[in-house]
Write a protein that binds this ligand. Structure first.
Ligand code: CP
Length: 342
Protein backbone atom coordinates (compact mmCIF):
# COMPACT_ATOMS: atom_id res chain seq x y z
CA UNK A 1 0.00 0.00 0.00
CA UNK A 2 1.71 3.18 -1.23
CA UNK A 3 -1.00 5.65 -0.19
CA UNK A 4 -3.72 5.52 2.45
CA UNK A 5 -6.41 8.11 1.87
CA UNK A 6 -9.64 6.33 0.97
CA UNK A 7 -11.42 3.16 2.04
CA UNK A 8 -10.49 1.38 -1.21
CA UNK A 9 -6.79 1.68 -0.30
CA UNK A 10 -7.33 -0.91 2.43
CA UNK A 11 -9.08 -3.45 0.18
CA UNK A 12 -11.48 -6.02 1.66
CA UNK A 13 -12.83 -4.60 4.94
CA UNK A 14 -13.59 -8.05 6.35
CA UNK A 15 -9.92 -8.98 5.97
CA UNK A 16 -8.88 -5.63 7.49
CA UNK A 17 -11.17 -6.17 10.51
CA UNK A 18 -9.75 -9.66 11.05
CA UNK A 19 -6.26 -8.18 10.88
CA UNK A 20 -7.27 -5.53 13.44
CA UNK A 21 -8.34 -8.28 15.86
CA UNK A 22 -5.09 -10.17 15.22
CA UNK A 23 -3.15 -7.01 16.14
CA UNK A 24 -5.39 -6.38 19.14
CA UNK A 25 -4.69 -9.89 20.46
CA UNK A 26 -0.94 -9.30 20.13
CA UNK A 27 0.01 -5.79 19.14
CA UNK A 28 3.74 -6.67 19.04
CA UNK A 29 3.34 -9.69 16.74
CA UNK A 30 5.02 -7.83 13.88
CA UNK A 31 7.67 -6.06 15.98
CA UNK A 32 10.43 -7.12 13.55
CA UNK A 33 8.68 -5.80 10.44
CA UNK A 34 9.73 -2.18 10.94
CA UNK A 35 13.29 -2.78 12.11
CA UNK A 36 15.59 -0.08 10.68
CA UNK A 37 12.62 1.66 9.07
CA UNK A 38 11.65 5.22 9.98
CA UNK A 39 8.19 6.81 10.06
CA UNK A 40 8.08 10.60 9.72
CA UNK A 41 4.85 12.10 11.09
CA UNK A 42 4.32 15.64 9.78
CA UNK A 43 1.79 17.81 11.60
CA UNK A 44 0.60 21.08 10.05
CA UNK A 45 -2.20 21.10 12.68
CA UNK A 46 -2.72 20.17 16.33
CA UNK A 47 -3.36 16.62 17.50
CA UNK A 48 -3.52 14.50 20.63
CA UNK A 49 -4.90 11.08 19.57
CA UNK A 50 -3.38 10.87 16.10
CA UNK A 51 0.04 11.93 17.32
CA UNK A 52 0.17 9.44 20.20
CA UNK A 53 -1.60 6.49 18.58
CA UNK A 54 0.35 6.63 15.31
CA UNK A 55 3.63 6.96 17.17
CA UNK A 56 2.68 3.96 19.34
CA UNK A 57 1.62 1.99 16.26
CA UNK A 58 4.97 2.60 14.57
CA UNK A 59 6.76 1.53 17.76
CA UNK A 60 4.60 -1.64 17.94
CA UNK A 61 6.07 -2.53 14.55
CA UNK A 62 9.64 -1.80 15.65
CA UNK A 63 9.98 1.42 13.64
CA UNK A 64 11.91 4.55 14.49
CA UNK A 65 9.65 7.61 14.64
CA UNK A 66 10.33 11.27 13.88
CA UNK A 67 7.56 13.78 14.61
CA UNK A 68 7.68 17.19 12.95
CA UNK A 69 5.39 20.01 14.09
CA UNK A 70 5.67 22.33 11.14
CA UNK A 71 4.35 25.31 13.12
CA UNK A 72 6.58 24.78 16.16
CA UNK A 73 10.25 25.12 15.28
CA UNK A 74 10.41 24.37 11.55
CA UNK A 75 10.61 27.05 8.85
CA UNK A 76 7.21 28.32 7.82
CA UNK A 77 6.32 26.54 4.60
CA UNK A 78 4.87 27.99 1.40
CA UNK A 79 2.58 25.48 -0.26
CA UNK A 80 1.62 27.41 -3.44
CA UNK A 81 3.73 27.42 -6.59
CA UNK A 82 4.32 30.79 -8.29
CA UNK A 83 4.17 32.81 -5.06
CA UNK A 84 6.86 35.54 -4.60
CA UNK A 85 8.17 34.46 -1.22
CA UNK A 86 8.67 37.88 0.35
CA UNK A 87 6.50 37.16 3.40
CA UNK A 88 7.09 35.13 6.54
CA UNK A 89 7.38 31.75 4.76
CA UNK A 90 11.06 30.88 4.36
CA UNK A 91 10.90 27.48 2.68
CA UNK A 92 8.84 25.95 -0.10
CA UNK A 93 7.12 22.61 0.34
CA UNK A 94 8.63 21.48 -2.97
CA UNK A 95 12.14 21.53 -1.47
CA UNK A 96 11.03 20.54 2.03
CA UNK A 97 9.23 17.36 0.86
CA UNK A 98 12.20 15.62 -0.79
CA UNK A 99 14.44 16.69 2.08
CA UNK A 100 12.04 15.20 4.65
CA UNK A 101 11.68 12.07 2.51
CA UNK A 102 15.45 11.55 2.52
CA UNK A 103 15.31 10.87 6.28
CA UNK A 104 12.50 8.31 6.35
CA UNK A 105 10.73 5.35 4.72
CA UNK A 106 7.07 6.25 5.34
CA UNK A 107 5.39 9.67 5.77
CA UNK A 108 2.18 10.50 7.65
CA UNK A 109 0.55 13.85 6.92
CA UNK A 110 -1.87 15.93 8.98
CA UNK A 111 -2.96 18.97 6.99
CA UNK A 112 -6.47 20.34 7.49
CA UNK A 113 -8.65 22.11 4.96
CA UNK A 114 -8.15 25.86 4.68
CA UNK A 115 -11.95 26.16 4.14
CA UNK A 116 -11.43 29.12 1.78
CA UNK A 117 -11.12 27.41 -1.60
CA UNK A 118 -13.22 24.26 -2.04
CA UNK A 119 -11.44 23.13 -5.22
CA UNK A 120 -8.01 23.45 -3.57
CA UNK A 121 -9.14 21.52 -0.47
CA UNK A 122 -11.05 18.80 -2.34
CA UNK A 123 -8.10 18.25 -4.72
CA UNK A 124 -6.09 17.23 -1.61
CA UNK A 125 -3.35 19.56 -2.86
CA UNK A 126 -0.94 19.28 0.09
CA UNK A 127 -1.30 15.48 0.51
CA UNK A 128 -0.84 14.90 -3.21
CA UNK A 129 2.30 17.02 -3.27
CA UNK A 130 3.77 14.67 -0.66
CA UNK A 131 2.75 11.66 -2.77
CA UNK A 132 4.25 13.20 -5.92
CA UNK A 133 7.50 14.66 -4.59
CA UNK A 134 8.50 12.35 -1.71
CA UNK A 135 8.80 9.05 -3.58
CA UNK A 136 7.78 7.35 -0.31
CA UNK A 137 4.51 5.76 0.85
CA UNK A 138 2.28 8.46 2.32
CA UNK A 139 -0.69 8.04 4.65
CA UNK A 140 -3.34 10.49 5.83
CA UNK A 141 -3.45 11.46 9.50
CA UNK A 142 -6.42 13.75 8.63
CA UNK A 143 -6.09 15.72 5.47
CA UNK A 144 -8.24 18.42 3.86
CA UNK A 145 -11.14 16.07 3.14
CA UNK A 146 -10.58 12.73 4.89
CA UNK A 147 -9.56 11.07 8.16
CA UNK A 148 -9.30 7.36 7.26
CA UNK A 149 -7.36 6.24 10.37
CA UNK A 150 -10.29 7.57 12.42
CA UNK A 151 -12.93 5.93 10.21
CA UNK A 152 -11.13 2.59 10.37
CA UNK A 153 -10.95 2.84 14.19
CA UNK A 154 -14.67 3.70 14.22
CA UNK A 155 -15.47 0.62 12.14
CA UNK A 156 -13.36 -1.59 14.45
CA UNK A 157 -15.29 -0.14 17.41
CA UNK A 158 -18.68 -0.80 15.79
CA UNK A 159 -17.56 -4.34 14.88
CA UNK A 160 -16.56 -5.07 18.49
CA UNK A 161 -19.70 -3.52 19.99
CA UNK A 162 -21.93 -5.45 17.56
CA UNK A 163 -20.28 -8.74 18.42
CA UNK A 164 -20.88 -8.14 22.13
CA UNK A 165 -24.57 -7.16 21.77
CA UNK A 166 -26.85 -9.33 23.91
CA UNK A 167 -29.76 -9.26 21.51
CA UNK A 168 -29.17 -11.14 18.22
CA UNK A 169 -29.63 -8.69 15.35
CA UNK A 170 -29.62 -9.15 11.58
CA UNK A 171 -29.22 -5.43 10.94
CA UNK A 172 -27.81 -2.54 12.92
CA UNK A 173 -28.69 1.09 12.34
CA UNK A 174 -25.82 3.59 12.36
CA UNK A 175 -26.75 7.28 12.35
CA UNK A 176 -24.28 10.09 11.77
CA UNK A 177 -25.63 13.38 13.09
CA UNK A 178 -24.46 16.95 12.62
CA UNK A 179 -24.21 18.81 15.95
CA UNK A 180 -23.53 22.48 16.71
CA UNK A 181 -20.09 24.03 17.21
CA UNK A 182 -18.93 27.65 17.59
CA UNK A 183 -16.14 27.38 14.99
CA UNK A 184 -15.97 26.42 11.32
CA UNK A 185 -14.76 22.82 11.14
CA UNK A 186 -13.64 20.77 8.11
CA UNK A 187 -15.67 17.88 6.68
CA UNK A 188 -12.83 15.32 6.87
CA UNK A 189 -14.24 13.19 9.72
CA UNK A 190 -17.86 13.02 8.46
CA UNK A 191 -16.66 12.48 4.87
CA UNK A 192 -14.56 9.48 5.90
CA UNK A 193 -17.12 8.06 8.33
CA UNK A 194 -19.75 8.23 5.57
CA UNK A 195 -17.40 6.75 2.97
CA UNK A 196 -16.46 3.83 5.25
CA UNK A 197 -20.04 3.17 6.41
CA UNK A 198 -21.34 3.20 2.82
CA UNK A 199 -18.64 0.68 1.87
CA UNK A 200 -19.30 -1.40 5.02
CA UNK A 201 -23.03 -1.52 4.26
CA UNK A 202 -22.50 -3.04 0.79
CA UNK A 203 -22.00 -6.58 2.16
CA UNK A 204 -22.71 -8.13 5.57
CA UNK A 205 -19.43 -7.38 7.31
CA UNK A 206 -20.22 -7.65 10.98
CA UNK A 207 -21.15 -10.63 13.11
CA UNK A 208 -23.38 -11.15 16.11
CA UNK A 209 -24.03 -14.53 17.74
CA UNK A 210 -22.13 -16.15 14.84
CA UNK A 211 -24.47 -14.66 12.21
CA UNK A 212 -23.93 -11.96 9.59
CA UNK A 213 -25.16 -8.47 10.47
CA UNK A 214 -25.92 -5.80 7.89
CA UNK A 215 -25.45 -2.07 8.38
CA UNK A 216 -28.17 0.49 7.66
CA UNK A 217 -26.51 3.91 7.45
CA UNK A 218 -28.43 7.19 7.87
CA UNK A 219 -27.10 10.77 7.88
CA UNK A 220 -28.95 13.63 9.57
CA UNK A 221 -28.13 17.33 9.41
CA UNK A 222 -29.82 20.68 8.85
CA UNK A 223 -30.42 21.66 5.22
CA UNK A 224 -27.35 23.17 3.57
CA UNK A 225 -24.86 20.78 5.20
CA UNK A 226 -25.13 18.09 2.48
CA UNK A 227 -21.85 16.17 2.20
CA UNK A 228 -20.05 15.52 -1.06
CA UNK A 229 -21.74 12.65 -2.96
CA UNK A 230 -18.27 11.17 -3.50
CA UNK A 231 -18.33 10.20 0.18
CA UNK A 232 -21.97 9.93 1.16
CA UNK A 233 -23.01 8.01 -1.97
CA UNK A 234 -26.64 6.94 -1.87
CA UNK A 235 -26.90 6.87 1.94
CA UNK A 236 -30.29 7.98 3.27
CA UNK A 237 -30.32 11.62 4.39
CA UNK A 238 -33.01 12.45 6.96
CA UNK A 239 -33.39 16.14 7.88
CA UNK A 240 -35.48 15.38 10.98
CA UNK A 241 -32.92 14.39 13.62
CA UNK A 242 -35.46 12.74 15.96
CA UNK A 243 -36.83 10.63 13.12
CA UNK A 244 -33.30 9.59 12.11
CA UNK A 245 -32.49 8.51 15.67
CA UNK A 246 -35.50 6.18 15.98
CA UNK A 247 -34.31 2.62 16.65
CA UNK A 248 -30.63 3.51 16.10
CA UNK A 249 -27.93 1.23 17.51
CA UNK A 250 -25.06 3.70 17.04
CA UNK A 251 -25.08 7.49 17.07
CA UNK A 252 -21.99 9.12 15.57
CA UNK A 253 -21.97 12.86 16.31
CA UNK A 254 -19.82 15.43 14.56
CA UNK A 255 -19.94 19.04 13.54
CA UNK A 256 -18.96 20.14 10.06
CA UNK A 257 -19.07 23.44 8.23
CA UNK A 258 -20.94 23.95 4.97
CA UNK A 259 -19.45 21.51 2.40
CA UNK A 260 -20.50 23.80 -0.46
CA UNK A 261 -22.48 21.10 -2.28
CA UNK A 262 -25.87 22.84 -2.28
CA UNK A 263 -24.58 26.25 -1.03
CA UNK A 264 -21.47 26.68 -3.21
CA UNK A 265 -20.73 30.28 -2.11
CA UNK A 266 -20.96 29.31 1.59
CA UNK A 267 -18.24 26.63 1.56
CA UNK A 268 -16.49 26.36 4.94
CA UNK A 269 -18.93 28.62 6.80
CA UNK A 270 -21.47 28.14 9.59
CA UNK A 271 -24.93 28.62 8.11
CA UNK A 272 -26.85 29.58 11.27
CA UNK A 273 -25.69 31.10 14.57
CA UNK A 274 -24.95 28.06 16.73
CA UNK A 275 -27.07 29.49 19.58
CA UNK A 276 -30.13 28.84 17.44
CA UNK A 277 -29.06 25.23 16.67
CA UNK A 278 -28.61 23.85 20.18
CA UNK A 279 -31.59 21.53 19.78
CA UNK A 280 -29.21 19.43 17.62
CA UNK A 281 -26.93 18.82 20.65
CA UNK A 282 -27.11 15.08 21.34
CA UNK A 283 -28.83 14.62 24.69
CA UNK A 284 -31.09 12.22 26.53
CA UNK A 285 -34.13 13.45 24.55
CA UNK A 286 -32.65 12.07 21.31
CA UNK A 287 -30.98 8.99 22.84
CA UNK A 288 -34.34 7.97 24.36
CA UNK A 289 -35.75 7.08 20.92
CA UNK A 290 -32.74 4.91 19.96
CA UNK A 291 -32.50 1.17 20.64
CA UNK A 292 -30.17 1.56 23.62
CA UNK A 293 -27.92 3.39 21.15
CA UNK A 294 -24.19 3.66 21.68
CA UNK A 295 -22.73 7.17 21.46
CA UNK A 296 -19.63 7.78 19.34
CA UNK A 297 -17.44 10.82 18.61
CA UNK A 298 -13.88 11.03 17.31
CA UNK A 299 -12.79 13.51 20.03
CA UNK A 300 -11.87 16.17 20.94
CA UNK A 301 -15.46 17.07 21.75
CA UNK A 302 -17.03 20.22 23.13
CA UNK A 303 -19.42 19.09 25.85
CA UNK A 304 -22.90 20.56 25.90
CA UNK A 305 -22.38 21.78 22.32
CA UNK A 306 -22.02 18.45 20.50
CA UNK A 307 -23.18 16.15 23.34
CA UNK A 308 -24.41 16.54 26.88
CA UNK A 309 -22.34 15.47 29.90
CA UNK A 310 -24.88 12.75 30.69
CA UNK A 311 -24.71 11.10 27.26
CA UNK A 312 -20.93 11.14 26.92
CA UNK A 313 -20.48 9.81 30.46
CA UNK A 314 -23.13 7.07 30.14
CA UNK A 315 -22.08 3.38 29.98
CA UNK A 316 -23.34 3.44 26.38
CA UNK A 317 -20.66 5.95 25.36
CA UNK A 318 -17.89 4.42 23.20
CA UNK A 319 -15.65 7.47 22.89
CA UNK A 320 -12.75 5.98 24.89
CA UNK A 321 -12.62 2.54 23.17
CA UNK A 322 -12.95 4.41 19.87
CA UNK A 323 -9.86 6.50 20.67
CA UNK A 324 -8.00 3.41 21.91
CA UNK A 325 -8.71 1.69 18.59
CA UNK A 326 -6.75 4.41 16.83
CA UNK A 327 -3.61 2.53 17.84
CA UNK A 328 -5.01 -0.60 16.21
CA UNK A 329 -6.09 1.06 12.95
CA UNK A 330 -2.71 2.78 12.64
CA UNK A 331 -0.82 -0.46 13.35
CA UNK A 332 -2.73 -2.31 10.60
CA UNK A 333 -2.14 0.52 8.09
CA UNK A 334 1.57 0.86 8.86
CA UNK A 335 1.96 -2.93 8.75
CA UNK A 336 0.39 -3.00 5.27
CA UNK A 337 2.70 -0.19 4.12
CA UNK A 338 5.79 -1.92 5.53
CA UNK A 339 4.82 -5.17 3.81
CA UNK A 340 4.64 -3.29 0.51
CA UNK A 341 8.17 -1.83 0.79
CA UNK A 342 10.02 -4.85 2.21
N1 CP B 1 -9.68 12.19 16.58
C1 CP B 1 -8.51 12.78 16.33
O1 CP B 1 -7.98 12.73 15.21
O2 CP B 1 -7.96 13.38 17.42
P1 CP B 1 -6.71 14.38 17.36
O3 CP B 1 -7.13 15.58 16.54
O4 CP B 1 -6.42 14.73 18.79
O5 CP B 1 -5.56 13.68 16.70
Amino acid sequence: MKSFLNVQDLGDLKVALAEAQEIKNDRYKYAELGKNKTALLVFFNNSLRTRLSTQKAAQNLGMNVIVLDVNAGAWKLETERGVVMDGDKSEHLLEAIPVMASYCDVIGIRSFAGLKDRDYDYAETVYNQFVKYSGKPVFAMETATVHPLQAFADLITIDEATRSMQEAKKKIKVVMTWAPHPRCLPQAVPNSFAEWMVEASRTPLLQNAGKDVEIEFVVTHPRGYELDPKFVGDARVEYDQMKAFEGADFIYAKNWSCPGVTEADKYGTILEDYHTMLDWTVGERQMAVTDNGKFMHCLPVRRNMIVTDDVIEAPTSLVIPEAANREISATVVLKRILESIK
